[in-house]
Design a protein around this ligand. Structure first.
Ligand SMILES: N[C@@H](CCC(=O)N[C@@H](CS)C(=O)NCC(=O)O)C(=O)O
Length: 306
């Protein structure tokens, strides 16, 4: 049986989003049209389906697609990923309903065509809110802060100057703290685990780069208060950066202490953010804490047999 059906939805919706929502649907696209309705562009996707099984099983979902109401928020993430954790903690603390879809980056699931339909960059995290997909964790945190009215204003202040300060530290993060921490993790753990050994010099250089970012946080971003840019309560920037610092928990105890202990304010700020988001902070970091033991054991074995 082959039947022509169509879905009318917003402009950003693609046939691949259709495949994501109805993975069992065996359909071929027949036409795509777009038109302006009120202030929005809408797209009509017509498709022919050989079997309606996938649709029948998901008819409730299809209805919500059509009405564009009651659509759930899906978060595609891996709790081993620092930006993923920031988003999950944010949603839990702010009582935002979501469905967590694990994309296991150690199994390379981010490279699947289904996932690339959601995030063409093939990285976690990403979200699908109704038929709107979004990637880049900072963009997602801002979107969620603005979309859900129940989110307390300290997370992403509405005052332009305060908001701009939060944006400033978020932008700084990508080219500095993130780069520094990923450098240390790759040179110390992930490189060797993938069979790419690094020299003591490479480890020292990456630690130096990370220390530079940590000292900027200590001396500049935390100079006026317990949270970044002089705030008395955490913002999305605190959550994002603290989750990055937490990734360093994967390092062995000695190296972790050597890197972090000179930065007293940073250590306190991590604890303050953890308390402000309890009990979700520890709950969401559990996978990371558990993996640490396994990673260290494999690494030790690798170093001994080198
Ligand atoms: N700038 C991105 C970074 C995303 C990112 O680097 N994700 C990592 C996990 S933390 C990933 O997906 N890695 C797997 C890969 O690149 O193949 C964001 O903030 O969302």
């Amino acid at each position: 049986m082959s039947k022509i059906m169509s879905i009318t939805t917003t402009h950003s919706f693609t046939f691949l989003s259709l495949k994501h929502h109805f993975p069992k649907l065996n359909a071929t696209i027949t036409s795509v049209g777009s038109s302006k309705r009120r202030t929005n562009f809408v797209k009509t996707i017509a498709f022919s389906a050989n079997s309606l099984d996938g649709i029948e099983k998901s008819s409730k979902d299809l209805k919500s697609f059509k009405t564009e109401k009651n659509m759930s928020l899906k978060i595609f993430c891996d709790r081993m990923s620092q930006p993923s954790r920031a988003i999950i903690i944010f949603c839990k603390v702010n009582k935002i309903d979501f469905e967590e879809v694990t994309i296991d980056i150690f199994k390379n699931q981010q490279q699947s065509p289904e996932y690339k339909a959601i995030n063409p960059m093939a990285q976690v995290p990403a979200i699908l809110d109704g038929d709107f997909s979004l990637f880049e964790s900072h963009a997602i945190l801002k979107y969620l802060s603005c979309k859900f009215p129940g989110v307390a204003s300290h997370w992403y202040p509405s005052d332009l100057i305060e908001r701009s300060k939060v944006n400033s530290v978020l932008d700084w993060h990508h080219g500095n703290l993130r780069r520094g921490s990923v450098g240390v993790l790759v040179s110390t753990i992930f490189g060797p685990l993938k069979g790419v050994p690094s020299s003591p010099q490479a480890i020292e250089d990456s630690e130096k780069a990370l220390a530079k970012s940590l000292s900027v946080i200590e001396e500049y971003w935390l100079k006026d208060g317990p949270f970044l840019v002089g705030r008395s309560q955490p913002s999305i920037a605190d959550l994002s950066l603290v989750c990055e610092v937490m990734e360093l928990e994967l390092l062995d105890k000695k190296q972790h202490e050597r890197i972090l202990s000179p930065f007293k304010k940073v250590v306190k700020w991590v604890e303050d953010t953890r308390s402000a988001t309890a009990p979700y902070f520890d709950e969401v970091h559990e996978k990371l804490f558990k993996s640490k033991i396994g990673f260290q054991e494999i690494l030790q074995h690798y170093l001994e047999t080198m």
